[in-house]
Design a protein around this ligand. Sequence first.
Ligand code: SAH
Length: 344
Amino acid sequence: MKTDIKSLTYEKLNNEITELGLPAFRAKQIFKWLHEVGVKSFDEMTNLSKELRQKLDERYYISSCEIEDKYVSKIDGTVKYLFRLFDGEYIESVVMDYKYGRTICVSSQVGCKMGCNFCASTLAGFKRNLTAGEIESQLHAAQHDLGIRISNIVMMGIGEPLDNFDNVIGFLSIVNDENGLNISMRNITVSTCGIVPKIYELMKLDLQLTLTISLHAPNDEIRSATMPVNNKYGIDELIKACRDYAEHTGRRVSFEYTLIHNVNDKTEHANELADRLNGMLCHVNLIPLNNVTERDNKRSTDSAVNNFQSVLKNRGINATIRRTLGADINASCGQLRYNKRGDN
Ligand code: SAH
């Protein structure tokens, strides 16, 4: 069985290279090819001898993903990819242009186990975790295709990052490495539906990334009705973990709150949320629901969205309304993979 060389952190690669009896500078060369350049074969590593390339090829493979479909929004230039993996599975990524740089939204798993009832990612079921190399390959594929450099990463594609903890941490270490893509932790967001023990595990690593919680509800009753994870880790426990996280890391925690018509978008809900977040170093991102045809929830009215924001602001809570990008290309993740399953 060959090992996926692209999923090795710099430290691990270095150890393997030493074990092979090679000088340390080779590890740096190979790491740069794999991550800074994003090659798909050892033959492209032109500063290595043919013998060494062959030796590597016998022991390792390089994970990658191929473009199956690509959609470009006519409204805002947002690009959405459906990528095919080596085993015929599909994942999705979205590239958005913000004034502070190009941002990619990457998938962390093939499918999702979390079962949130408004989300498309869970519809076609959970298949497997992505390796660190596969998560990173989404950046390489998009960069090569668009001829651009990506500066920001949000882990808000298909999957629950904290349910694939080790591979996600490996990915973060690899993209953050100065010999690789060298993307600052401050430009990386990890989003979770709220797996509390893993939030504490992440906290202990003290990374300067942004933690985002998909909260979507001000109380257990509403949250449990839409997000099964809440039955395991209730809202009190979750918010406590976020307060601890913000205190320990000094980083502001972000909350995603998707507004669903008549479900969680009333004034009383905004007040309840404000009570919970009182005094915390945090930010609330209000998201008008993306209508997913297979789901029956409805988007809140504009006035309900604006009202929700002003209630939070009046209570001293930092709240913004998420701009919708890629509305014409089904840019919220899970939809393409779900539609594709018939071809499988
Ligand atoms: N599992 C992680 C990462 C996925 S992030 C998490 O839950 O945070 C994807 C984000 O899009 C989450 O905040 C999710 O709740 C939100 N989302 C899912 N379906 C949506 C929809 N139909 N409209 C708006 N936001 C949605």
